[in-house]
Design a protein around this ligand. Structure first.
Ligand code: SF4
Length: 228
């Protein structure tokens, strides 16, 4: 299997931050054979390949989120502060390297190395990124009563309340659709359906709050871009 990765350029210096990508920002995967065309007994190898692909995909996503952060587009959601704190520490470490070992500054592999542990925790939700760092903090597991599980329960995800969830501009369409659909449902309710109305209004408020947060960080990023 051929995997081509990590040929992008990231600068931690604000004045040199660049969105320019040198070559393909992230992996191009080529299966030598279609993955499902394996003979029996090759399952373990296939799974290992899938894990490898997931890992490469995740680091690519995290690098994109880091690049957004460098442009001033912050993550939002309950887990945003933690992710921003990680990026701040990456910037700090890069700054340190630039002071002490300038010859390896701008070495993209340094960034990849610093982000790879976090990337391994990433699970892709429909409406959020899930950074499954600590099962004890996973709201879905708490709701399901399985706090020791080793994977998140996407079906029970409540990303607006889980401390391991972040929202990003790419999640906006899903939340917007949720808002529109919920409004339609509320409009179709009869006057006596008070419980259902109350439940949907909570959902609507949640969707509107998440959207407002996503829009706020996106606007801040645009404002910053205009300043530069
Ligand atoms: S509630 Fe959602 S974001 Fe939180 S751990 Fe579960 S799946 Fe991940």
């Amino acid at each position: 299997m051929k995997i081509t990765i990590y040929s992008w350029s990231i600068s931690h210096h604000p004045e040199r931050r660049s969105t320019r990508t040198h070559g393909k920002a992230f992996g191009q995967f080529q299966y030598p054979t279609p993955p499902l065309a394996r003979p029996g007994g090759a399952q373990a190898k296939l799974l290992a390949e899938i894990n490898e692909l997931e890992e490469a995909r995740n680091i690519g996503i995290l690098i994109d989120v880091y690049r957004d952060y460098q442009r001033g587009i912050m993550p939002s959601g309950p887990g945003a502060r933690d992710l921003i704190s990680l990026f701040t520490s990456v910037d700090g470490r890069l700054h340190e390297l630039s002071e002490n070992a300038p010859q390896i500054v701008d070495n993209d592999l340094e960034v990849v190395a610093m982000l790879s542990t976090r990337a391994r925790t990433l699970h892709l939700g429909t409406a959020n990124y899930c950074w499954f760092i600590d099962p004890a903090k996973a709201l879905c597991l708490r709701l399901a009563g399985t706090p020791d599980a080793d994977r998140p329960l996407a079906g029970m995800c409540d990303s607006a309340r889980c401390p391991q969830a972040t929202h990003h501009p790419c999640h906006r369409p899903v939340w917007d659709e949720s808002r529109q659909t919920t409004k339609v449902f509320i409009g179709s309710l009869g006057r006596r359906q008070k419980t259902e109305r109350a439940r949907l209004e909570v959902s609507l408020a949640r969707a509107e709050r998440v959207l407002a947060e996503i829009d706020q960080v996106a606007a801040a990023g645009v404002a910053r871009k205009d300043e530069i």
